[in-house]
Design a protein around this ligand. Structure first.
Ligand code: CA2
Length: 167
């Protein structure tokens, strides 16, 4: 564990013990799950041709207009998403935009993490999973998310960011 993580956890523990809440910042965490690093390179008919870097650039422009900042990340590992959700709360993130990708449909660990933090989480999908294969119809994360934005391609992320400004 790096020194930064240790200090963050101490601050969060202290805040919890003394009944304080961590002050809210202007940063919105944008967390992306497995295989989304391939975005724009495969299956453009389903997910569009923008890469994750293109989406990050669009979000940064929009965030600037809204007086917000973006912290965009991608991982192929479920536990990393859980750790980042905890970190979002410990760091006082304004909100989390979460595209859990395939973990949407399988992960009770992510559902529990979204329920465990007070930071609002907006579920985001490029496609509309409800119109796809039946195994994509169930969303565990959606059971606890403040909102879900889906089916708009890259624009789903922008609409979700606008929703944060209205929370
Ligand atoms: O529509 C979405 O955003 C999804 O979260 C994308 C997931 C899928 O499992 C969900 O049902 C809906 C898949 C992400 C995989 O991304 C790829 C990107 C390019 C090529 C292949 C996969």
């Amino acid at each position: 564990m790096g020194e930064g993580d240790g200090r963050r956890q101490l601050r969060a523990r202290h805040a919890k013990r003394s009944g304080m809440s961590v002050p809210t910042t202007d940063t919105v965490y944008v967390l992306n799950g497995p295989n989304l690093n391939l975005l724009g390179l495969r299956e453009p008919e389903i997910y569009g041709s923008d890469t994750l870097d293109d989406i990050a650039a669009m979000l940064e422009d929009r965030a600037r207009e809204l007086g917000l900042a973006i912290d965009m990340r991608q991982t192929n590992h479920e536990g990393m998403l859980v750790d980042w959700l905890h970190e979002a709360q410990a760091e006082g993130a304004r909100a989390v935009l979460l595209n859990p990708a395939a973990y949407t449909h399988t992960s009770i660990a992510l559902l529990d993490a979204v329920k465990a933090i007070r930071t609002p989480v907006i579920e985001v999908h490029l496609s509309d999973p409800a119109t796809r294969e039946p195994f994509r119809h169930q969303s565990y994360v959606g059971m606890a998310a403040a909102r879900t934005v889906k089916g708009l391609g890259a624009r789903s992320y922008l609409v979700a960011l606008d929703a944060v400004a209205q929370l």
